[in-house]
Design a protein around this ligand. Structure first.
Ligand code: GLU
Length: 440
């Protein structure tokens, strides 16, 4: 049974980088007919909020990435207490009293001496009496997991064989001085208890994984498989971290980006497979293969979402747009023709509003000086209506006859006079939809 999880902290909105992680975990679970868990990593009571948790769920739901089960770390504190006790009893958790400033100073000294800034374990040498004194002076200490100094090895689903020397890593802090459990302990307990079989997350977690493997073993749990995907960069390879704030999923939604455009791009970006528009989750699942993803940083360009979005909407059947079109006030009788005219001329589905405004109200005509007379003559030849699909052809033939103009010189001034634009839909489809034509 495959079980995966997406584990965001509800301390902000989820962005394109989070989506990559969520999607990979979702696809792996779905491909195997397994379980996809949404886990809210809310052990930080100050920064975690219900608003962000709700927003995360709303964003995932918008994308159709629905979860089979939801878990919340803040409800599991008793479990983390028990795990901490177990680790204390087995001598794997020890109390430390260094202040952040002291730790910083130690790190700087080590770096100056050309050594890796690994915690020196001086707290291990404290006697009980010394700890009592420190506790009285500084309050409760924080607790570190004592790593076994051996090589930690695992086969990563993307990066291949990984081997990390535990001695090159600081003993991770699992509990803060104020008693707050840190992500590492909570995550490990949850992965074990929820039967997670595959953990996919960003490559910034590789070292965490090494330490987590030891903690899982110390708690008697089964170690899942791991895969670490590369991090996204901007189009020039620049770090995306600073811009992620502007790449929140809700902002992209606001801009009219389509869910399937986002999913199609992120389900393949950075893999050996081409990015192409997929129209259903089944199409995303088919052929998804984690081993095809590369380890190099993956360039992400938000612009790439635009053609995919256009393609998504342009290909939507009328039935899917019917309600949105009716909401604009387009009469039922012409709604389907309206979509047939507009579908290929919109960047996002919101743009149908502009086309309806043009059909309803008409455009400000764009008439070049040299075309003034021509347009006037043409307007005089425009039949009274009602118009249908043959009107444009009949009208332009009559105009051609009367003026001798043809080709672009004939069609473009008429398009500009009727739409105020140089580009746009097939005029034979648009003309019958114009409710209000200024005949000059
Ligand atoms: N809350 C963690 C994060 O967002 C989860 C990492 C993980 O998948 O274990 O970084």
């Amino acid at each position: 049974m495959t079980t995966t999880r997406f584990a965001p902290s509800p301390t902000g909105y989820i962005h394109i980088g989070n989506l990559r992680t969520a999607l990979m975990n979702y696809l792996i679970a779905k491909q195997a007919g397994g379980t996809f868990i949404l886990r809210l990593d809310d052990t930080d009571p100050v920064r975690s909020t219900k608003e962000y948790a709700d927003a995360i769920k709303e964003d995932l739901t918008w994308l159709g990435l629905t979860w089979d089960r939801e878990e919340t770390q803040s409800t599991r504190l008793a479990r983390y207490d028990a795990a901490a006790d177990e680790l204390r009893a087995s001598g794997r958790l020890y109390e430390c009293f260094e202040t952040p400033t002291e730790l910083d100073l130690k790190r700087k000294k080590q770096l100056n001496m050309g050594k890796p800034p690994v915690y020196d374990r001086s707290a291990l040498a404290l006697s009980d009496a010394e700890k009592d004194v420190l506790r009285a002076e500084r309050g409760a200490g924080h607790w570190r997991f004592k790593l076994d100094h051996e090589r930690i090895e695992f086969t990563d689903g993307i990066l291949g064989d990984i081997s990390i020397d535990a001695a090159s890593v600081s003993d991770p802090v699992l509990i803060r001085g104020d008693g707050q459990y840190l992500y590492t302990l909570a995550s490990v307990c949850d992965d074990v208890d929820f039967g997670i079989t595959y953990v996919v997350r960003g490559s910034d977690h590789v070292t965490n994984t090494a330490t987590q493997i030891q903690i899982i073993r110390a708690l008697g749990g089964t170690v899942p498989r791991f895969a670490h995907h590369s991090l996204l960069t901007g189009p020039q390879g620049e770090a995306l971290s600073k811009r992620l704030g502007t790449l929140a999923l809700r902002d992209l939604r606001e801009q009219g980006i389509e869910p399937m455009a986002l999913l199609s791009l992120l389900a393949r970006l950075g893999s050996a497979d081409p990015v192409e528009l997929r129209r259903s989750h089944d199409e995303l699942i088919q052929g998804f293969d984690l081993s095809k993803f590369g380890s190099a940083p993956t360039k992400f360009d938000v612009e790439d979402l635009k053609p995919l979005t256009h393609k998504t909407v342009a290909g939507l059947p009328f039935s899917e747009m019917k309600d949105a079109i009716a909401e604009l006030g387009v009469p039922d009788a012409i709604a389907e023709d309206f979509w047939a005219m507009a579908h290929d001329n919109i960047a996002t589905r919101k743009d149908i509003a502009d086309w309806w405004a043009l059909c309803r109200d008409g455009a400000t005509p764009l008439i070049d000086d040299e075309d003034k007379e021509f347009v006037e003559t043409a307007m005089g030849l425009l039949p009274d209506g009602p118009f249908d699909g043959t009107t444009w052809k009949a009208w332009t033939s009559a105009v051609k006859e009367a003026t001798g103009r043809k080709g672009r010189g004939l069609f473009m001034p008429l398009r500009k006079a009727l739409t105020g634009m140089e580009h746009g839909p097939d005029m034979s489809k648009l003309l019958p939809l114009l409710q209000n034509i200024s005949r000059g």
